[in-house]
Design a protein around this ligand. Structure first.
Ligand code: 6PG
Length: 253
């Protein structure tokens, strides 16, 4: 891992503004470096104001390629859809070319087939963009992640089979009986930049375990996120609580 940083912001509003500024910088650097930026969006509720902030920006939208790190197995117009949330907050308001937005298929009868199809979509999208890493995995410029109160990330939930998938880019995950489509751990870990944004006191208990020396990765899957690039933890004070986090920087905006 190139480096891991932890920034703690006073509250959720300043956290969102900081995450937005960081994201814009990473996007612009990727475009400067190789002419485009490949992004994987997080779901859940935390990223929504960040996406709303991106909708107000003037970025070279035709140089962005967007994917989802995970998706619930519902149609895009379902209120739980991560893609639907991002479209309403951001993508429907900026001129990103439609063929640069790779929405997870969630209408196949068999979710396992949908996972395979999404992997095929990613391989087709990355083929013209970049030579594959020596082991065949693509390198995302930026992967946004959230963290559940149980230490899951994307749809990599504790003690689920998806945690053990190491030879695929996309796996069929599950939240209990609910099927999910998710990036695999190795796909996330090939990224140039992974940004985890977590807010609220409900994250404290999981964070204590994630940063402990003894917790099990399978019990707190976000511990398995160790990208070859940069790992950026962005927390608000409520999430960080009284934890002693290695190298944490309290940021006063
Ligand atoms: C999802 C997300 C999931 C999310 C965490 C945190 O599909 O739900 O991808 O991994 O990031 O559950 O969710 P909040 O941002 O709502 O706390």
């Amino acid at each position: 891992m190139t480096g891991s940083t932890i920034a703690i912001l006073p509250d959720k509003t300043t956290l969102v503004h900081y995450a937005l500024a960081q994201s814009i910088a990473v996007i612009q650097q990727a475009i400067a470096d190789h002419g485009y930026c490949t992004l994987a969006l997080a779901g859940g509720s935390t990223p929504k104001p960040i996406y709303e902030g991106l909708a107000q920006q003037d970025l070279p939208w035709d140089k962005l390629y967007l994917f989802w790190g995970d998706e619930r197995y519902v149609p895009v117009d379902h209120p739980d859809s991560n893609a639907g949330m991002a479209k309403r907050a951001w993508l429907d308001h900026v001129p990103i070319p439609a063929d640069h937005i790779f929405i997870t298929p969630t209408t196949e009868a068999d979710p396992a087939q949908a996972a395979q199809r999404y992997e095929a979509d990613l391989k087709a999208a990355f083929a013209p963009l970049q030579p594959r890493a020596e082991d065949g995995f693509p390198v995302f410029d930026l992967v946004w992640l959230g963290m559940g109160d149980d230490g899951h990330t994307a749809s990599l939930f504790p003690h689920t089979a998806a945690l053990g998938v190491t030879d695929r880019w996309v796996a069929l995950g599950n939240k209990g009986d609910e099927p999910r489509i998710t990036f695999t751990v190795p796909l996330i870990n090939h990224s140039r930049w992974v940004m985890v944004v977590a807010a609220g006191a409900s994250k404290q208990a999981a964070l204590a375990q994630v940063f402990s020396a003894t917790a099990a990765d399978l019990a707190y899957p976000i511990r398995m996120v160790r990208p070859t690039g940069t790992l950026d933890w962005l927390l608000d004070a409520d999430a960080a609580g009284e934890l002693t986090l290695p190298g944490a920087q309290w940021v006063q905006p």
